[in-house]
Design a protein around this ligand. Structure first.
Ligand code: ZN
Length: 107
């Protein structure tokens, strides 16, 4: 369970918890066992705070849930192709997922 941040200035926009400061909201494990963290601004990091990219907010959970299919060395590529797919087919998670898989298979 990820704790709700404290000492955070609440605003009307941003994360649904009301906090404007970027904070961790999710954790997934890659296929090879690396822990990846999702931040409220869509950024993906590892536990050492190395940045792997940023998912568009509207689809960040759909994309983040797929990281378990990839090794940590593939995460940056996955993020890049997810963002390209969104630009091409829009922010529908189902079509974005299909386009991303198609793009990655063609590499
Ligand atoms: Zn929050």
């Amino acid at each position: 369970m990820i704790a709700t941040p404290v000492n955070c200035a609440p605003i009307s926009r941003g994360c649904t918890c009301g906090c404007a400061e970027p904070h961790r909201i999710g954790r997934r494990t890659t296929a090879d066992g690396a822990i990846m963290l999702l931040w409220s601004d869509g950024q993906i990091t590892d536990r050492a705070a190395r940045i792997y990219g940023t998912f568009p907010l509207k689809t960040m959970w759909a994309a983040f849930d797929l990281l378990g299919f990839y090794d940590v060395a593939e995460v940056r590529l996955f993020v890049r192709e997810w963002k390209r797919a969104i630009k091409l087919v829009g922010a529908n998670p189902t079509t974005a997922r299909a386009e991303t898989f198609h793009r990655l298979a063609a590499l």
